[in-house]
Design a protein. Structure first.
Length: 369
């Protein structure tokens, strides 16, 4: 059996390629050639091509045939147009921006996404509302149209925020830097209590490989995938601090002024919940986390300690600007807390509403009810 992975050098690529080899596939990889991974065997042929354009895809695939193509990179709608001439099965990877409100929750009423987020949740309706989200949507529709007319058997995955080695947007590293630089505080919006689904690279690759192993069950299906258990931003920060061995004060401010937190999040925008429902993939393909999220995050922190990413001048400048803004917001926060504490008020103890009688009887309870 022959398989082609389009992409392969990002967070999930080595897990996918090595997983396919373990399943007995003869695997090739298509990528742009700008970088490689020493976790992918040198025996895997590299097809150097740009998968963002129809003509370069067609040229690279000319005369080639595969049992399976997995497309994790490039313009998926062009892959869908061409794949029918080159494979029997097509598995594609898209993402959450196709869901309406993922970036612009204020467009929904009431404001915010409905959670947990099902696969059939409302999608971005047109290009004018949110261009990128609409293009993600029509790309997966192109994949499914090819399946419907019998050009190939297709399965599509909607990835969450992916973390792990080689993270494309290194938010874990940005958080680690706070601890490594001895920062006294970090700014998070709205208490850092929002939930945004994440998936460790090995876990989401595992989800895709489940579909590879179960072609009949996965045929024609679209799946959300993510870690089975999720954490708030505050918990995420605390867990990273535990791995590094540091403590940091969380400064909570309204989302509208939590500017330094933007570089800590994959999806810019209001701090509402973005929580995937993964019941479908669990019930149909038997998904369970390959790596427990706590262990996955610990592995990620350890990997970045050994492989700190090259920091550009722009990254250093943004980090410095964020630190300065954090200091300003922390000062305002502490001043505000002192003013709140000075307000004359009564601290009321909590009492549960249920009766707790001391002896049997039908008289009114201790609250005269």
């Amino acid at each position: 059996m022959k398989a082609l992975v389009i992409g392969g050098t990002g967070p999930t690529g080595p897990y996918l390629i090595n997983g396919l080899i373990a399943l007995g596939y003869d695997v090739s990889m298509m990528h742009r050639g700008t970088h490689d991974s020493d976790e992918i065997p040198t025996s895997v042929p590299r097809i150097i091509a740009d998968p963002h354009f129809r003509e370069t895809l067609a040229e690279a695939l000319d005369g080639r045939r595969f049992d399976l193509i997995i497309a994790t990179y490039g313009r998926i709608r062009y892959v869908a147009e061409i794949a029918g001439d080159h494979c029997d099965r097509l598995i594609t990877v898209g993402g959450a921006p196709c869901y309406r409100g993922m970036i612009q929750p204020e467009l929904l009423s009431p404001v915010g996404m409905r959670i947990p987020l099902h696969e059939d949740a409302e999608k971005v309706p047109d290009i004018d509302e949110f261009r990128f989200g609409y293009l993600v949507r029509i790309s997966e529709e192109a994949v499914m149209e090819g399946h419907a007319v019998g050009r190939y058997s297709a399965t599509h995955f909607r990835y969450p925020t992916v973390y792990g080695p080689r993270q494309i947007t290194p938010t874990v590293w940005t958080l680690m830097r706070r601890f490594m630089d001895g920062r006294p505080h970090i700014v998070l919006p709205d208490g850092g209590l929002s939930l945004s689904s994440r998936g460790h690279a090995e876990n989401v690759a595992h989800a895709v490989l489940l579909a590879v192993r179960q072609p009949d069950a996965a045929a024609g299906q679209v799946y959300n995938c993510a870690d089975d258990r999720q954490f708030t931003y505050t918990q995420w920060v605390e867990m990273i601090g535990r791995e590094i061995g540091g403590e940091i004060e969380i400064i909570t401010v309204p989302d509208k002024v939590a500017f330094p937190a933007r570089s800590l999040m994959t999806f810019f925008g209001p701090a509402d919940h973005k929580f995937f429902d993964i019941y479908k993939i669990k019930s149909e393909l038997g998904y369970r986390d390959a790596v427990e999220p706590e262990a996955a995050l610990a592995q990620t922190v350890a990997w970045y300690r050994e492989h700190p990413p090259a920091e550009t001048e722009a990254f250093a400048r943004t980090l410095g600007e964020d630190y300065a803004m954090e200091d300003t917001l922390a000062e305002i926060y502490h001043e505000s807390c002192a003013k709140y504490a000075a307000i004359d008020h009564i601290v009321r103890d909590f009492h549960h509403p249920y009766p707790h009688p001391k002896k049997p009887g039908l008289d009114k309870d201790h609250r005269a009810r």
